[in-house]
Design a protein around this ligand. Structure first.
Ligand code: HEM
Ligand SMILES: *[C@@H]1O[C@H](CO)[C@@H](O)[C@H](O)[C@H]1NC(C)=O
Ligand SMILES: *[C@@H]1O[C@H](CO)[C@@H](O)[C@H](O)[C@H]1NC(C)=O
Length: 489
């Protein structure tokens, strides 16, 4: 009798196990997943945070949801994200390889490359190259200022009227990275540039959209002719376009005298001819795609946010202009060094990045079995740091919920950057283009504020600061009214 009862219990237990998605031992808490779908059915209408408040106290800081049968650990707050990305740096420096983004780049490139020698060597190479070692005679600053003269020309032509600056900023950011990668800028109407940007924008939309979730959650559907197939076709076209550029470079490049990133890479390939290395032409194509993708929308969407706020906080704009006029008096152009002398404007640019929250999260993966906040996280777990939770976190900022440059100023009016400022992330995977992006934002914003006054059009109604969701967030489309100003007046 006793034996029979035990058997029944074991059967019930086994059935239960089969139906439930097994929870890993000492794994971060989260809502109970349904078979097959996980928590996907929860996600659309319910904010996970609201749903989960009743659980353990630190539930909002670290929790698990299931995309299909795959667990995703979400990190909220400075404390948790710092422990993962900075303190346990290498443990959390991987990238998930079982996802659409990685498949699109053939496991190559740098953005989605997993932690390992290929990523490391290419990251070091790209950082060196971007830091002006071997990018020819022109400095990065000169390249950016050159592009700015085209922005200024466009705004001068339109002064007195109102424009939507979206395409302008997008093309400018794309051109700066093109100058670095290809050694040339493109007219804003150029066919190559327009097509390249169009393909990347389309893919960015697909990755941010619902079909990406379907792709991730249901591997069986991946080979069907569903909309994500378009993304793969686009990548094919991007590859062909890039290959053509590389071949043109091969004809004209002089070894040892690189003009741009492609030349530097070709030199490196020559040097490594007889060694086994992670450098290859197929890699170069993906490196170019990744750098262009990572450097364009991010920078231009941050610029869009900057001018949205500057127009709607006219006293902040005027105070920047006064500071800029005083410090740059008699100079033709600003230089990045000037940032140390204009603390208020520096604070405004940082505050823009904080509220713009252009890249709200990132995809990481654990490189080994590890621990976080006392929970066990096995190797290969998908981990998503939620940067929004840090950039708005109470306790980290003087004014977490409003646009206020005082968040970056101390009592003496000097610029001061709180540790929780991480729009570029932190740790080994920190944005590779941070230096370039900061230089671009600074030089563009300072130059434009010095030359023009930007006014929110009277007929535009109340500004809406809520961003459009995506891999990168962007303000809703708006127009800005452009007026000339005379420096010092
Ligand atoms: C305001 C502009 C930008 C913002 C807010 C931004 C933000 C970020 C963030 C949050 C990440 C993810 C880090 C992580 O996984 O934890 C990232 C990665 C990256 N960014 Fe940026 N970025 C910007 C501009 C740029 C530019 C101009 C470039 C071009 C050189 C660039 C290249 C990259 C690359 C290559 C990575 C991947 C690094 C890796 O996986 O090792 N970014 N960026
Ligand atoms: C690679 O090997 C070939 C043949 O052995 C030789 O001619 C060439 O100089 C070597 N290249 C480098 C960069 O060492
Ligand atoms: C990210 O953080 C923000 C701000 O704390 C929060 O509203 C949002 O729900 C969080 N997202 C996730 C997926 O936890």
């Amino acid at each position: 009798m006793l034996g029979f009862l035990t058997l029944v219990w074991i059967c019930i237990f086994l059935i239960f196990l089969l139906i439930r998605i097994p929870r890993l031992k000492n794994f971060p808490p989260g809502p109970q997943p349904f078979p097959i779908f996980g928590n996907l059915l929860h996600l659309n209408n319910v904010n996970p945070l609201n749903d989960l408040k009743r659980f353990a106290e630190c539930y909002g800081k670290i929790y698990t949801v299931y995309w299909g049968t795959r667990p995703v650990v979400i990190l909220n707050s400075f404390e948790v994200i710092k422990e993962a990305l900075v303190t346990k740096a290498v443990d959390f420096a991987g990238r998930p390889q079982e996802c659409m983004f990685s498949h699109m780049s053939d496991f190559k490139g740098i953005l989605m490359a997993d932690y390992g020698p290929g990523w490391k060597e290419h990251r070091r190479f790209a950082l060196m190259t971007l830091r002006n070692f071997g990018l020819g005679r022109q400095t990065m600053e000169e390249r950016i200022l050159g592009e700015i003269s085209h922005i200024v020309a466009y705004l001068e032509k339109n002064a007195g009227g109102a424009v939507n600056p979206q395409t302008l900023f997008h093309n400018a950011a794309s051109n700066v990275i093109s100058l670095v990668l290809f050694g040339s800028r493109y007219e804003y109407s150029d066919e190559f540039l327009t097509r390249y940007v169009q393909l990347i924008t389309e893919n960015s939309k697909i990755i941010s959209g619902p079909w990406n979730v379907v792709y991730e959650a249901f591997p069986i559907l991946r080979n069907l002719p569903l909309p994500f197939k378009k993304a793969f076709d686009n990548v094919k076209e991007i590859k062909e376009m890039t290959l053509k550029l590389i071949n043109e470079h091969k004809k004209t490049s002089v070894p040892g005298e690189p003009r741009d990133f492609i030349d530097c890479y070709l030199d490196e390939l020559d040097k490594k001819e007889n060694e086994t290395s992670t450098f290859s032409e197929a890699e170069l194509i993906m490196q170019i795609m990744d750098l262009h993708f990572a450097g364009t929308d991010t920078t231009s969407n941050t610029l869009l946010a900057a001018f949205l706020y500057l127009m709607n906080y006219p006293d902040v704009q005027a105070r920047c202009q006064q500071e800029i006029d005083e410090v740059l008096e008699g100079k033709d152009q600003p230089s990045f060094e000037d940032r140390h002398n204009i603390p208020y404007t520096q604070a405004v640019i940082h505050e823009v990045q904080r509220v713009a929250n252009t890249v709200p999260s990132a995809l990481h993966s654990t490189t080994k079995d590890t621990e976080l906040m006392g929970y066990n996280i096995p190797k290969g777990t998908l981990v998503i740091p939620n940067f929004t939770s840090v950039l708005n976190e109470e306790g980290q900022w003087k004014f977490p919920h409003e646009f206020n440059p005082a968040n970056f100023l101390n009592d003496e009016g000097q610029f001061e950057k709180p540790e929780a400022f991480m729009p570029f992330s932190a740790g080994p995977r920190v944005c590779l283009g941070e230096g370039l992006a900061r230089m671009e934002l600074f030089l563009i914003i300072v130059t434009l504020l010095r030359r023009f006054q930007f006014v929110w059009p009277e007929d535009a109604g109340e500004p809406d600061y809520t961003p459009v969701f995506g891999v990168t967030q962007t303000p809703k489309p708006y127009r800005m009214h452009i007026r000339f100003r005379e420096p010092g007046k």
